[in-house]
Write a protein that binds this ligand. Structure first.
Ligand code: SF4
Length: 378
């Protein structure tokens, strides 16, 4: 490897229970599997550290629920990750956390391990919505988790919310937003509920146990989110992500700008030296590979410049700043407005894209159908 790695993602697959809508790779916590997993994560990182130069300015520990790990193992993992930081840059070190898993001891372990940003899976402040989502926490535990993290010294708090939960009205969604704003987060991620094939929620939809929120209402919820959060000083810097000035998630910006990052852990993906790879989505197999000194990768793909430019177009269109024409031309030697003229013109005429001297970006109408616009650049 020759590239300097500036971002690391570590995947901790354990959760206390598996939520009905979840299609991330996650497993019910097995306490006997914790130490072998942390050993394997550290061994994978050690192997990369020998082979390449790592000077991270963003680290993100996700899952799963990293805060299901016992404090001592969580701190062991975080401490090793923090050793990969670039000492000359400011480090954004994020851990995901779920309400009901963050005790003062866990929060202290996060901060002692170097974490300065916690992304909390609140999802909803409504008891019945949490039940539909099969989340294990109670609404007041979100505020408790925020308070516990702040008391431990966490600098930045992000909250994840889901709209379009079966049975949710516009008023109920606006109440969720207000409850989140009352906690004064630095950052909010607001996603519409998706029904992923293979999840229990998908089956419940197929068998009529739950009913999907009407698409018009879901679009109105999305637009109300943008307006409500803007009125409270949050900039929509990505379709689903909102931040107070200077509080954008630098790690996720690196994904959306299609820049390199290292991924470690079961199911983790990475993009280093032009190669996209994915690790085995199986904790036991991941640990076994580590013990045998083998790679945990199950796929690798070297992307040529054309593929990288297409990917960059698709990812950067998610950003409100859009695809910066100058930066794109510096990377790929061509103006995106010329390279993708046909696809751009189709959506320009429909009012879904706009192009100016600086960027190609989605309009507000384009954001409502972002997936189908972006798919046109494949
Ligand atoms: S807590 Fe998150 S990762 Fe774990 S099962 Fe629920 S949605 Fe999936």
């Amino acid at each position: 490897m020759s590239e300097i790695v500036r971002s690391i993602y570590a995947h901790v697959p354990f959760c206390h229970t598996i939520c009905g809508y979840c299609d991330f790779y996650s497993e019910v916590l097995d306490r006997n599997a914790v130490t072998p997993l942390v050993d394997a994560l550290i061994a994978e990182l050690d192997a990369y550290a020998v082979a390449t130069s790592i000077a991270a300015d963003t680290i993100f520990v996700g899952g799963g629920t990293p805060t299901t790990l016992p404090a001592v193992e969580l701190r062991r993992l975080l401490t090793r990750l923090a050793q990969c930081a670039n000492s000359e840059a400011s480090l954004e070190f994020t851990s995901e956390a779920n309400p009901a898993t963050v005790t003062p001891e866990i929060a202290d372990a996060l901060v002692a391990g170097g974490v300065n940003r916690v992304s909390i899976g609140a999802q909803s402040f409504d008891k019945s919505e949490l039940r539909v989502l099969e989340r294990i926490h109670h609404p007041p535990q979100v505020a408790q988790t925020v308070a516990t993290c702040r008391a431990a010294g966490v600098d930045a708090i992000s909250l994840d919310l889901i709209f379009g939960v079966p049975g949710q009205s516009m008023n109920a969604w606006l109440s969720n937003l207000q409850a989140a704003l009352a906690l004064e987060p630095d950052h909010l991620s607001c996603y519409g509920l998706t029904y992923e094939r293979g999840t229990p929620l998908f089956d419940q939809l197929a068998t009529g146990v739950v009913t999907r929120v009407e698409s018009e209402l879901e679009a109105e919820m999305f637009e109300a989110t943008i307006d409500t959060l803007a009125a409270h000083g949050f900039d929509q810097y990505e379709i689903s992500n909102f931040a107070k000035p200077g509080r954008e998630c630098r790690h996720n910006l690196r994904y959306w700008r299609n820049e390199p990052y290292l991924g470690i852990g079961p199911s983790a993906a990475g993009f280093v030296d032009g190669v996209r790879y994915k690790n085995v989505p199986d904790t036991a197999a991941y640990v076994r590979a580590s013990r045998l000194g083998q790679s945990a990768r199950i796929s690798e793909e070297r992307l040529d410049a054309a593929a990288r430019s297409r990917e960059t177009m698709m990812l950067e269109l998610r950003l409100r700043e859009g695809v910066a024409r100058g930066r794109f031309a510096d990377r790929f030697g061509a103006d995106p407005a010329a390279l993708f003229r046909d696809a751009i013109n189709r959506h320009l005429s429909l009012g879904l894209l706009e192009v100016d001297a600086g960027a190609v970006r989605l309009t507000r109408a384009g954001q409502l159908v972002a997936d189908s616009v972006i798919a046109d650049f494949i």
